[in-house]
Design a protein around this ligand. Structure first.
Ligand code: KIV
Length: 310
């Protein structure tokens, strides 16, 4: 690795850090807001350099980087470890920590305590939580504790079972009204923004026109103030099923496999390392070292593992 700054990194270093007033201004001016997830230092460096506005350490990490089947099992300690790594790679985007299932539903005290951990321990600027209902109370408590909150309605993966599975929400007028009420309630307790996930575009369009805060859509059409996608989905790192709303901008998994195959083949065929990858030594130093080897026995004493008491 080199410590020299490339052109793209230099450009990123002059950008002003994102702020809540700036996000509100972007929504007011109709300037699209770009949000993406990140889960570690290299992904944070990439999104910083790409100049995105908001970064979410999503609980989608459960599936994309930790290998769980759903987002439900991931816990606070795992999320904090990932958020800390992202923080180290990020300077300008607003960093949002996604409160995992079971970290905020119990009580307002639990919600505030865990939101504070995202801010104090991982350096997040804000937190996100899912659903309306009791989450509205939790959001109010966290906002009152001085931490900005992003809400998330529509398809809420943490409670997908109760919603009938991973499918679009708000396709009936009744369910659309429910989403509208949740969105308005979250806005009224001070959420600075909302995520709409998997909501018909016409419903989202009608709803965002009635909301003051910016809505970031994922599978909610083009009328929202911004868009969010999961890093591993949009870059083709994640394999297997992807939702209808995902657009792939790269095939990184294929590129990784191809690179690893080439490396393995080079090692096996003795093509790597080449002369350009090795360090030299002065001939006189080498001669002296060889002379030492000829005089000394390098056998040394072998450790007797069998006789070791553990
Ligand atoms: O966890 C996540 O990645 C999310 C986004 C899809 C909004 O909640």
């Amino acid at each position: 690795m080199s410590s020299g700054m490339r052109k793209e990194e230099a450009a990123a270093s002059t950008r002003a850090p994102m702020s809540l007033p700036r996000i509100a201004e972007m929504k007011r001016d109709g300037e699209p807001i770009v949000m993406v997830t990140a889960y570690d230092y290299p992904s944070a460096r990439a999104v910083e350099e790409a100049g995105v506005d908001l970064v979410l350490v999503g609980d989608s990490a459960a599936m994309t980087v930790l290998g769980y089947d759903t987002t439900v099992p991931v816990g606070m300690d795992e999320m904090l470890m990932l958020a800390k790594a992202v923080r180290r790679g990020l300077r300008t985007p607003l960093l949002i920590g996604d409160m995992p299932f079971g970290s905020y539903e119990g009580s307002n005290e639990q919600a505030v305590e865990n939101a504070q951990r995202f801010v104090k321990e991982a350096g997040c600027d804000a937190v996100k939580l899912e659903r309306g209902g009791s989450s509205v109370d939790r959001a109010r408590a966290i906002v009152r504790a001085g931490i900005p909150v992003m809400g998330h309605v529509g398809l809420t993966p943490q409670t997908a079972t109760a919603l009938g599975g991973f499918k679009a929400q708000g396709r009936t007028a009744g369910r659309a009204v429910q989403i509208a009420e949740e969105a308005v309630a979250l806005q009224s307790v001070g959420c600075f923004s909302l995520v709409f996930e998997a909501v018909p575009s016409a419903i989202a369009e009608a709803l965002v026109a009635r909301l003051e805060i910016p809505v970031i859509g994922i599978g909610a059409g083009a009328a929202t103030a911004g868009q969010v996608l999961v890093f591993h989905d949009l870059l083709g790192i994640h394999q297997g099923h992807t939702a209808k709303f995902v657009k792939r901008y790269a095939e990184v998994h294929d590129a990784m496999v191809a690179g690893l195959r080439s490396y393995a083949a080079d090692v096996r065929e003795r093509r790597f390392p080449g002369p350009e990858h090795i360090y030299g030594v002065e001939p006189a130093e080498l001669r002296e070292f060889r002379a030492y080897l000829e005089q000394e026995s390098m056998a040394g004493e072998k450790w007797d593992w069998a006789a070791t008491e553990i």
